[in-house]
Design a protein around this ligand. Structure first.
Ligand code: AHN
Ligand code: ZN
Length: 333
């Protein structure tokens, strides 16, 4: 008799613990052989959108301007409020035309004691020239860079906010690179110089904020906010980090984002991840919106035009990228 009541008590207990699990609001994921269920936070696209908007409201974040300096302060104070530690790496670098640029890479770390780390990054500066604008009168106008710049940083700030609420198993570093988008205009007279893009990531790769810094892999976000964005498999990402790329694309497909993450090659883009791979040797992929039908060099429609403003930002795309990243981060052991 006694043994039966113990068994039924046990059964009731089990029943309740199951019910409690399945009623949890957070997304759950059971991966591989692991018995433990992982709680994956829900990415808040409204919050990410506000982070994008706030950056754009400073005006174009062109190096050596006040707008750029004020936005740097904002990004540092935000990242510092979410991360365990944060710092600004100030540097000087020379642009394609000889201009000395005052750059600031902004870095935040989560679980800094953990040797098992990943790196997430995006560039925060905006392009000084709309050299792909259909109207040549705009070719010297700085752009808002709502998609090209602010979108990746907005997604990463929301991820930083989530990391501050619940700790993942791994360590995470977030870097906002500066002076990415001061590359030589396609109609400039200075032709011939190489490596005029990604100046902030080139500096960091040669002068890391911590000389012993290591990460298992890196993920760069570039133009992750336009409606119906298409993320093709970028060439250098496949060349240096094919396994990681497939893992991220598979994760996106598993949670329903097949239309955004496309298993087709998209061409080679000389972006921040190229220098991290080539100079610092962390296998790093670029999640970048590529569009084969676009009038410019296969980038998103309003790339380097004055129309890259808040009107192109779509919350659903921010969510797709943010939720995919959160899933990758929280499933990492
Ligand atoms: C080149 O056009 C060689 N690189 C572009 C990298 C970039 C600019 N990403 C955003 N803006
Ligand atoms: Zn750009």
């Amino acid at each position: 008799m006694k043994i039966y009541s113990i068994i039924s008590l046990l059964l009731i207990f089990l029943l309740f613990s199951c019910t409690e699990d399945s009623s949890s609001k957070k997304t759950e994921s059971k991966k591989g052989n692991s018995e433990t269920k992982i709680k994956i936070p829900e990415f808040n696209a409204d919050s990410a959108y506000q982070f994008v908007k706030k950056q754009v409201e400073f005006g174009p974040r062109v190096p050596n301007t006040e707008e750029h300096a004020l936005c740097a302060q904002y990004l540092y104070s935000k990242l510092k409020s979410f991360a365990d530690t944060a710092l600004v790496q100030s540097f000087k670098t020379r642009a394609f035309d000889g201009t000395v640029l005052n750059g600031k890479n902004i870095i935040g770390s989560f679980n800094p004691e953990n040797g098992n780390r990943i790196l997430l990054c995006a560039h925060w500066d905006s392009r000084p020239f709309a050299d792909y604008d259909p109207d040549p009168a705009n070719h010297k106008t700085p752009i808002d860079g709502a998609n090209d710049g602010a979108s990746g940083v907005g997604v990463l700030l929301e991820i930083a906010r989530q990391l501050s609420i619940s700790k993942p198993k791994i360590g995470v570093d977030i870097i906002f690179f500066d002076t990415e988008d001061y590359g030589e205009p396609h109609d400039s007279q200075y032709r011939g110089r190489e490596d005029t893009w990604g100046l902030g990531s080139q500096y960091w790769s040669k002068n890391p904020h911590d000389p012993d810094y290591i990460a298992r892999y890196g993920i760069l976000l570039d133009m992750v906010g336009a409606k119906d964005a298409t993320f093709f498999m970028e060439g250098y990402s496949l060349m240096y980090a094919a396994g990681l790329l497939k893992k991220v694309w598979n994760t996106a497909h598993r949670i329903g984002y097949n239309d955004y993450f496309i298993f087709e090659e998209g061409g080679y883009i000389n972006d921040d991840h190229f220098y991290i791979n080539e100079l610092y040797k962390i296998p790093t992929i670029n999640i970048i919106h590529l569009d084969k039908d676009s009038p410019n060099k296969s980038f998103f429609e309003y790339w380097h035009t004055i129309k890259d403003n808040m009107d192109v930002i779509d919350k659903e795309t921010l969510r797709v990228v943010g939720q995919t990243l959160l899933t990758v981060i929280y499933e990492e052991k």
